[in-house]
Design a protein around this ligand. Structure first.
Ligand SMILES: C[S@@+](CC[C@H](N)C(=O)[O-])C[C@H]1O[C@@H](n2cnc3c(N)ncnc32)[C@H](O)[C@@H]1O
Length: 497
């Protein structure tokens, strides 16, 4: 954040971390510590394709092994910052703020202290900017193209703005410097908290955990697809063997139970006995591998909203398509369970709901046992459902401003152009230029590209980063719909022949 000093380098951060008891193993004095390593398990490294700065294994690590301990005294929580009486007195005068607003204000308060903050070496290494949805401007929001994503972005921006307005009186009371009173500072703090806090049992806002927040994300891949597979297994068994009954008496209640248990699994947590945040290896790692942490189960839109990135292969991604009100009312499935899975397969609940909805009202009761056990009702019903699903996906894709091919071309021109002017030249060959033109106009760059040495402002570069993320997100969204269309035609082929 500020000028480099003795703590300004990442080595400085790690030295400070070990001085305050953050450790991955006891380091003996006769074992010199690698300057980028913490002790004997982890080192800070750069992983360009998986989150940039992250933690790597300095030796082979075994799954379940304790790899990092961060003592409670090192955690930045609202409680620990509030040991400052000036702050706690001010907070008492503003009792209506929620826990995340308090932590946001605490973070800015510590930033305002500069070198006097006990977390100064840590605060200096926080990212200077973020790409979470609350930071998306009008252009990047529109680039998401899909109503649901645009709506989520609008809510995120509005929520952050209103939280900032509510917290201003507290920050003025605390006599924050003018630059820390701005929305820009607030949204930065809010993004820091959204993308870096870890769960603690005593404060729903969580904690900032020096070094522990350097782990990049690994999706909980197997578990949810196991749940999906269970659903698909139930439905596909009946499709492939042609039988209309299903002997497996696993119910959706069991599936939901499994789901909630999987969601509880984490590879790090605060441990009362150790009075520390403890992290365990979630897999076996070879020396040099990046060591990852599962932050939870997120769709790509949720990852973008809370963390500012997406995964190209996200086993927990979901795409929601427009359904007629009668589909929702035909079953007791929640709306959230009616989606298309990342690999294009309809969710267990979506398939079941469509099967029931496609059955005449009068016959629904007699087929309910089949539907709820995931079985096909009849070949005709299945054909109707698959055609409807496929047509709906086609309809959604047709209504979006660009195709997946257009998006892929645009993205590759962004990635492969040596400089900005080449990018502008290359995009002149694209059939859809509206988006590029809007970008150039918004950033006053329309006539600048005759000069090949054009230097992009920081603001323009940040918009481009978010634009790229929006394009990547919409490509993934469209890919799921295309995969669903392929899935439907496979099933239709097997039923019609
Ligand atoms: C808790 S921090 C992890 C450390 C972070 N890379 C850093 O340099 O401070 C979370 C942020 O790291 C990035 N990140 C984490 N996992 C990622 C992944 N699998 N792919 C891309 N970015 C990731 C995102 O920017 C996210 O908001």
């Amino acid at each position: 954040m500020e000028e480099e000093d003795e703590h300004g380098s990442i080595e400085g951060l790690l030295t400070w971390a070990s001085q305050i008891g953050i450790s991955d193993a006891p380091t003996t004095t006769d074992q010199p510590r690698n300057s980028l390593a913490l002790g004997s398990s982890l080192c800070v490294s750069h992983f360009p394709h998986t989150g940039g700065r992250g933690l790597g294994a300095v030796r082979d690590l075994k799954m379940g092994e304790l790899i990092l301990r961060v003592p409670k005294s090192a955690l930045m929580t609202s409680d620990s910052v509030m040991q400052d009486t000036k702050l706690s007195d001010a907070l008492n005068r503003h009792p209506s703020l929620c826990s995340t607003q308090i932590l946001n204000a605490c973070l800015l308060y510590e930033i305002g202290k500069g070198k006097a903050s006990r977390w100064h070496p840590y605060l200096m290494h926080l990212p200077k900017s973020y790409d979470i949805l609350a930071m998306f401007g009008e252009f990047e929001k529109t680039a998401l193209q899909v109503d649901e994503a645009i709506w989520v972005t609008e809510i995120a921006v509005q929520k952050t703005k209103s939280e900032w307005k509510q917290a201003r009186a507290l920050m003025e009371d605390l006599k924050f410097k003018p630059q820390l009173l701005t929305f820009k500072a607030w949204v930065w703090a809010s993004a820091t908290i959204s993308s870096r806090t870890l769960h603690i049992p005593w404060d729903s806002a969580g904690c900032l955990c020096p070094v522990g927040d350097l782990f990049n994300y690994d999706a909980p891949g197997k578990e949810p697809s196991d749940i999906e597979d269970l659903g698909n297994l139930l439905s596909n068994t009946s499709i492939h063997d042609g039988s209309l009954s299903n002997e497996d008496n696993t119910t959706i209640a069991d599936v939901e139970q499994l789901d909630s248990e999987y969601q509880r699994l984490t590879d790090g947590g605060f441990e009362e006995d150790a009075n520390a945040y403890c992290f365990y290896a979630r897999a076996n790692y070879k020396k040099g591998d990046q060591v990852l942490l599962c932050y939870g189960t997120y769709t790509n839109l949720e990852l973008l909203e809370h963390y500012g990135f997406i995964l190209q292969e996200n086993p927990n991604d979901k795409v929601f398509i427009p359904l007629e009100p009668a589909v929702y009312s035909s079953t007791s499935w929640s709306r959230e369970s009616l989606y298309i899975h990342y690999n294009g397969k309809p969710s267990f609940a979506l398939l079941a709901a469509l099967r029931l909805w496609a059955t005449p009202q009068i016959k629904r009761r007699s087929v309910a046992h089949l539907v709820y056990s995931g079985s096909k009702i009849s070949a005709d019903n299945e054909i109707f459902v698959m055609k409807w699903l496929s047509n709906t996906c086609h309809g959604v894709l047709k209504n979006l401003p660009t195709s997946i091919e257009d998006d892929t071309l645009l993205l590759s021109s962004m990635d492969n152009s040596q400089d900005f002017c080449t990018f502008v030249e290359v995009t002149k060959l694209l059939s859809f230029r509206d988006e590029v033109d809007t970008f150039l106009e918004a950033h006053n760059m329309k006539d600048k590209c005759s000069d090949s040495n054009v230097v992009l402002s920081g603001k323009t570069r940040k918009t481009m980063d978010k634009w790229k993320l929006a394009i990547q997100w919409r490509i993934n969204y469209k890919k799921v719909l295309h995969d669903c269309i392929s899935y439907c035609s496979l099933i239709l082929d097997s039923l019609i022949k």
